[in-house]
Design a protein around this ligand. Structure first.
Ligand code: ADP
Length: 261
């Protein structure tokens, strides 16, 4: 894997410690439905954290808040010491630059080439020169095994290939945090392992912080430093994967895991 294209090629000690994400007393409601209920949690820089829990427990809402696709009703969210909520538009834009997301449905721009999908945001949002953006995009495509697909349109690629492009696109912004929202659940079963292996590689070789919602429990066990178990908008149990998966303490965690494992 060519390290010069990775967001944080060296695992630097100062980046591997300290808090990067903090939710304090965050509440999110949709009408009468309180989806997150005075939620507190934090994630340290360089850590890989997996959110598990039943459907509807608020996991995706957390990622969408971090992407500023939603606003909380109450509480504060900070990223790398920068205010995301409450914050001015300018502060929010700055904080938001630290975060990249890969979605379940890839969400590539259908009318742009693969290369342009990756260069667009670095040029328009970060003000990177086009030459540099293209060079970096090619390096990232090489890393995800798609160096020969620069000129293809997303529709000409398999789901697994599209998801690799989406991962490259997120990394092109050099985010400190990568959010992964059930990134393999829309893929044909035979394409899942390749995408998970790529993410394992990224987790192992970079110091990027990952926040991951997944039903792939083996993957969660492999890459996670910490697992957060959600139920009804609250963290009901947290710990390292071996503890949560092997010796869960909470009845709801046990119930949830026995239903899916
Ligand atoms: P999870 O990712 O754990 O499955 P979500 O965060 O997607 O849960 O959803 C939590 C709850 O919020 C669900 O009850 C869902 O129906 C509701 N919800 C999510 N997004 C919206 C929305 N845009 N409008 C109304 N309700 C929503």
């Amino acid at each position: 894997m060519p390290t010069d294209t990775l967001p944080n090629p060296e695992k630097s000690p100062e980046r591997s410690s300290g808090e990067l994400i903090r939710f304090e007393q965050v509440t999110k409601r949709f009408g009468e439905n309180t989806v997150l209920d005075h939620l507190d949690f934090s994630v340290d820089a360089g850590k890989h954290v997996t959110l598990i829990g039943p459907s509807g427990s608020g996991k995706t809402t957390i990622l969408r808040l971090l992407m500023t696709l939603l606003k909380p009703d109450e509480g504060t969210i900070t990223v790398d010491g920068k205010k995301l909520f409450p914050a001015s538009e300018k502060e929010r834009r700055e904080a938001r630059k630290q975060i990249g997301m890969v979605f379940q449905q890839f969400n590539l721009f259908p009318n742009m080439s693969v290369l342009r999908n990756i260069t667009e945001a670095p040029v328009t949002v970060l003000g990177m020169s086009k030459d540099e953006a293209v060079e970096r995009a090619k390096g990232l495509l090489d890393m995800v095994g798609l160096a020969d697909k620069c000129d293809a349109r997303p529709s000409q690629l398999s789901g697994g290939q599209q998801q690799r492009v989406a991962i490259a696109r997120a990394l092109a912004m050099r985010p400190k945090v990568l959010l992964l929202d059930e990134v393999t659940s829309a893929l044909d079963p035979e394409l899942v392992a390749g995408v998970l292996d790529l993410l394992r590689d990224i987790a192992r070789t970079t110091d990027i912080t990952m926040l991951c919602v997944t039903h792939e429990m083996n993957f969660a066990r492999d890459i996670s430093d910490q697992v957060l178990m959600f139920d009804a908008g609250r963290v009901i149990e947290t710990g390292p994967p071996e503890q949560i998966f092997n010796e869960p303490e909470n009845d709801r965690t046990r119930e949830f895991l026995s239903a899916i494992l």
